[in-house]
Design a protein around this ligand. Structure first.
Ligand code: SF4
Length: 357
């Protein structure tokens, strides 16, 4: 069996914005993305808001039809699947949303909410479903009596545990987390990260993590893809990416992580300006208007995503640039980032020692 479980091949998604008194405009939210997620790994897709990562999540989940290219699941092209095959696929391919509250029916008890995916997929008898849901509730650290309560009675972190229980109760092979902890504060983030990591190991899951927070990514990811304006600009094993980013955008994202207590940015932040308008992206390298290393040809020549050792990078000058990472020994270059990570590390270790709400 191939070790690739989920694959995007030349994946594209275009949205047409219809306007009354002007020509329609087309946004290329995802523009020719190739990626391969390996069985059992945590693969993270990271980038600023509007870079296309949430559209990628919906395409990978087959909740949205691509405008071009395709998604393969265990080598099978999802484009040609019947409705019945797609329904079966969704049992294997589940999602954890950013805001569990909006995805939980407020009129259903927690027990009924966790049982629902089993019922939809016709798994087990009513008694078996109840038992499976109760076991799942315990695995996410909630108590049996919580099954009879309603979503509004829970904190944000507890609601996300309910979301995780719902996603995992059918025994999926792949789980896509769309910003699963970004709505939570740092200490609660660490608890939810720990639960996800433990369940991933226990259940042999493959995890695709969509996030903008590099501190969370570093805790969980085996490999990371960095997206900018609908394209992957760098993909690398997580340790290598954090130790030595090869694309100026990756380095700028690392330098721009806010300090949690103050919201201030690292002094070395180099990510100037807003992302360009996706309706009319810049010619050449899409990052060139914000890139401190841009040269003349960057304004005209689009850099292809090419292999460089065990990473892929879309920059004409990746071999020449020495960009600051955030591995041990580089703290002086990005102190705010180290503090952000140190805080999350400490909270995660606290939780490893058994702290639970
Ligand atoms: Fe910067 Fe040029 Fe590399 Fe683009 S190709 S990231 S503009 S150096």
């Amino acid at each position: 069996m191939s070790d690739v479980v989920l694959e995007a091949v030349g994946l594209e998604k275009r949205f047409t914005r219809r306007r009354l008194f002007a020509a329609d405009t087309v946004v290329r939210a995802v523009n020719g993305v190739d990626l391969a997620v390996r069985r059992g790994e945590t693969y993270a897709i990271v980038g600023e808001s509007g870079c296309g990562k949430s559209t990628m999540a919906r395409l990978l989940l087959t909740l949205m039809r691509p405008s071009g290219g395709t998604v393969l699941y265990e080598g099978r092209d999802t484009a040609g699947m019947s409705d019945r095959e797609l329904r079966a696929l969704r049992r294997d391919l589940q999602v954890i949303f950013q805001d569990p509250f909006s995805s939980l029916n407020p009129q259903m008890s927690v027990g009924a909410l966790i049982e629902e995916p089993l019922r939809v997929h016709g798994i087990g008898t009513a008694a078996e479903r109840r038992a499976t849901a109760a076991a799942m509730l315990a695995r996410v650290g909630l108590r049996p009596e919580h099954a009879d309560r309603y979503p509004h009675e829970f904190s944000g972190g507890q609601r996300q545990r309910i979301g995780i229980a719902r996603a995992l109760v059918t025994g999926p092979k792949v789980v896509i987390g769309d910003e699963p902890v970004s709505a939570l504060d740092v200490s609660i983030q660490a608890q939810v990260i720990n639960i996800l990591a433990a369940l991933k190991a226990e259940m042999g899951l493959t995890l695709v993590l969509i996030a903008h927070d590099l501190a969370v990514i570093r805790h969980m990811a085996d490999r990371v893809a960095v997206m900018y304006l609908g394209e992957i600009v760098e993909e690398a094993p997580a340790d290598d990416l954090f130790a030595r980013p090869a694309h100026p955008y990756t380095a700028a994202l690392m330098a721009a992580i806010p300090i949690p207590e103050t919201g201030a940015r690292a002094p070395a932040a180099t990510l100037e300006g807003e992302p360009p308008n996706p309706v009319a992206p810049p010619p050449g390298c899409r990052f060139h208007p914000r890139c401190p290393h841009a040269r003349d040809n960057c304004r005209t020549d689009h850099p292809a995503l090419r292999e460089l050792g065990d990473r892929r990078v879309a920059c004409h000058y990746a071999e020449e640039l020495t960009l600051p990472g955030i591995a041990a020994g580089t703290q002086r270059r990005a102190p705010a980032v180290e503090r952000r990570f140190a805080l999350l590390d400490a909270r995660t270790q606290d939780n490893d020692r058994g702290e639970r709400p």
